[in-house]
Design a protein around this ligand. Structure first.
Ligand code: TYD
Length: 134
């Protein structure tokens, strides 16, 4: 299986309650890596694109906690688009896959669970170099 094929939507538990629903993610159950970090992206102006890089080591799960956006993944040859619009869906993005995020709705919040501490040295931000390395 190629790395891109291992990218997938993980169904997170959903506890339905008339007081409001609750979802969660546990390292030992839904998350296929050890959790080191969480960050979130919000107040994205209409038409903006985030991402546009891959990581050498980091793995992620991306959740649309609110609103919707699209995540475009590519391994330099093939691409896949995942539309996220449910707060109980987590997109697993494996190491080494180029990604960008687009079509953010108003009030979209992207919550990201990561396997490594932040390290600018872990980013590949040059798409031509990325493609040539594949
Ligand atoms: P970046 O990952 O490039 O954003 P995106 O991929 O969503 O477009 O990060 C933007 C800036 O924020 C960059 O200067 C690095 C910094 N940053 C941190 O300091 N810590 C973090 O955990 C993350 C994800 C980014």
């Amino acid at each position: 299986m190629s790395d891109l094929e291992t990218a997938r939507i993980i169904n997170l538990p959903k506890i339905l309650d008339e007081r409001g629903n609750l979802s969660f993610a546990e390292e030992t159950k839904q998350v296929p890596f050890c959790i080191r970090r969480a960050y979130w992206i919000y107040d994205v102006p209409g038409g903006e694109i985030r991402g546009g890089h891959s990581y050498y080591k980091n793995q992620e799960i991306i959740i649309a906690l609110s609103g919707s956006f699209d995540i475009v993944l590519t391994d330099g040859k093939e691409s896949k688009v995942f539309s996220l619009n449910r707060s109980y869906h987590g997109l697993f993005v494996p190491t080494g896959i180029w990604r960008h995020m687009e079509n953010f709705s108003t009030n979209a919040v992207a919550f990201v669970i990561s396997s490594t501490d932040f390290d600018e040295g872990d980013y590949q931000r040059d798409y031509e170099a990325y493609k040539n390395s594949r």
